[in-house]
Every structure is written in structure tokens, then in C-alpha cells.
Write a protein that binds this ligand. Structure first.
Ligand code: NDP
Length: 253
């Protein structure tokens, strides 16, 4: 991992569980002061306590990335607590299973709102001041589903595809500004994602991955693996841009 010489306040959106919680811990361990945001602030507080117990700096504020006012209030609170934010991890996400013709349009829209507009709200809240200061990182947690859409997760695939389209356009718009936009694209990872599916739904979806050759090895990674990749990307020295990192489970020996 690259050395982290400066104090660089970081935001993790969706820090209450899984990859986001692990990322907050990893960033703090690497020396970043961290602001944790999610709807479940009690779970963020547990992570923040672990960070502080290990000697790191952490603050928590409520965040719903689907709500303009919540994002604006969060941005203002974390900037007032930690100073200008240098690193934003856009990580909030969720997935619901279902065949395309049965998924209610409203739910499909809610997943797009979370995946695409949620990330856009974070860009609008934090990137302008990064451009002014000519430094900063915004990192989007995508999914391998963005490039290998999986059946029965169509709204999730559409959301991550849309997210990567926006992120790639942003990368070009930010060229020469000193601000880096990056994508981390994890494969299957143990987390709370899908924990609300019933067992039959989960088993069916996993069977379909195998049927369509979408799970080369049906193995899951730990959230810490993705957190380490994210920390490496935003710790790259100036002049280096890790613009897209795909993280997949290693084939079993
Ligand atoms: P988790 O369900 O454990 O974490 C999801 C996080 O997103 C939670 O902290 C949740 O917090 C937050 N979140 C959800 N909705 C909102 C919202 N409206 N506003 C703010 N925060 C929100 O799952 P993961 O850790 O797996 O997911 C993290 C990211 O990783 C997601 O973007 C997911 O798509 C991506 N990913 C996951 C993979 C996997 O296999 N698990 C594979 C590839 C990508 P709260 O509910 O408290 O608001």
C-alpha cells in the first residue's frame, strides 16, 4: 500500500455494515480521519467506537443518499467536524431479486435512485470544493454485475451499469482538475446484502449464476478484501490514478 503522508478527511457513505464498515476501519487504520454515514447510525456508532478504540478519528452522521436534504445536511456536518473532505467513498447499495416482468416499476426505480442518483448527489455535494482545492478522490463501489449482468437482479445490474457510465464520464470531465474519480468493482462478498432474501430465492439465484456461467468459482470474499483495495486506490500518490480496480475471489487451490 502507498504511504499516506497528509491528513485527508474521508467520507464513507453506507458505512453501517459490510464493505462500507470494513472500509471505514481500513481507512482509519491507514491514518484517514473518517466520517461514517448511513441510515442506521447506531451501527455506524459501533464502527466509530472500534476506530476510536484503535486510536483513529471517526464521526457519525445520518445519511440517506436517496434524499437531497439528507445529503446536504450530511455534507455540511462532516465538513464542519473534519474540515474539507478529501476522499468520498460512494458505497451505499442494496439489491432485491425478481424476474424483470414481475419487479414493480416503482421498486426498479428505487434501485436506480439509490445506485445512480445517490452517487450523483454525493458528487454534487463534495466534488465542487475538491475542484476548487485541486485535490480529492471520489470512489464509486460498483459490482462485477455492471459488466456481467445477472438474471433475476436486473434493477441492480441496470443501476451499477448506469453508475459506471456516470463514473467514466466524470473521470473525463475531471481530467486536469487534480481530482480523481475511481471505480472499484467487487465480485461476490459476504455482507448483509441479500440477507433479507428468503433461502429459496437465494438458492435459486445462485443456481442461475452457475447455469449461465456467471460464477466461475461460487466463492465469496470478505469485506476486508474490498476495503483494502479501496484504501489502496485512494492512497495512490499524486500523478497516479488507479481508475478501475476489479476484485474477484481467487480460484481455490
Ligand atoms: P451491506 O448491505 O452490508 O451494506 C450496504 C450499505 O449501504 C449499508 O451500510 C447501508 O446502510 C447502506 N445504504 C443502503 N441504502 C442506503 C441509503 N439510502 N442511504 C445511505 N446508505 C444506504 O452490503 P455490501 O457491503 O455488500 O454493499 C456495499 C456496496 O458493495 C454496495 O454498493 C453493493 O452494491 C456493492 N457490492 C456488493 C457485493 C456483494 O457481493 N456483497 C458485490 C459487489 C458490489 P443503512 O441500511 O444503514 O442505510
Amino acid at each position: 500500500r502507498y504511504a499516506q503522508p497528509d491528513r485527508r478527511p474521508a467520507v464513507v457513505a453506507g458505512a453501517s455494515s459490510g464493505i462500507g464498515a470494513a472500509t471505514a476501519l481500513a481507512l482509519a487504520a491507514a491514518g484517514f480521519p473518517v466520517a461514517l454515514g448511513a441510515r442506521r447510525t447506531d451501527k455506524c456508532e459501533d464502527v466509530a467506537t472500534a476506530i476510536r478504540d484503535a486510536g483513529g478519528e471517526a464521526v457519525v452522521h445520518a445519511l440517506d443518499v436517496t434524499d437531497d436534504d439528507s445529503v446536504a445536511a450530511f455534507a455540511s456536518a462532516v465538513t464542519s467536524d473534519l474540515g474539507d473532505i478529501e476522499v468520498v467513498i460512494s458505497n451505499a447499495g442494496s439489491v432485491g431479486p425478481g424476474t424483470i416482468h414481475e419487479v414493480p416499476t416503482e421498486r426498479f426505480g428505487q434501485e436506480l435512485d439509490l445506485a445512480v442518483l445517490g452517487a450523483h448527489r454525493l458528487v454534487r455535494a463534495f466534488v465542487p470544493s475538491m475542484i476548487t482545492r485541486q485535490r480529492g478522490d471520489i470512489l464509486f463501489v460498483s459490482s462485477d454485475v455492471a459488466v456481467r449482468p445477472r438474471p433475476f437482479m436486473s434493477s441492480y445490474a441496470a443501476g451499477k451499469w448506469g453508475l459506471e457510465g456516470m463514473a467514466q464520464a466524470l473521470q473525463m470531465e475531471l481530467e486536469g482538475t487534480g481530482v480523481r474519480a475511481s471505480i472499484v468493482r467487487p465480485g461476490p462478498t459476504w455482507s448483509e446484502m441479500g440477507a433479507d432474501w428468503d433461502v429459496d430465492q437465494a438458492a435459486f439465484v445462485l443456481e442461475q449464476w452457475v447455469r449461465f456461467g456467471l460464477a466461475r468459482h461460487p466463492h465469496f470474499m470478505k469485506p476486508t478484501a474490498i476495503a483494502d483495495a479501496i484504501t489502496t486506490v485512494v492512497s495512490a500518490p499524486r500523478g497516479v490514478h488507479l481508475n478501475l480496480v476489479e476484485v474477484s475471489p481467487e480460484a481455490p487451490i
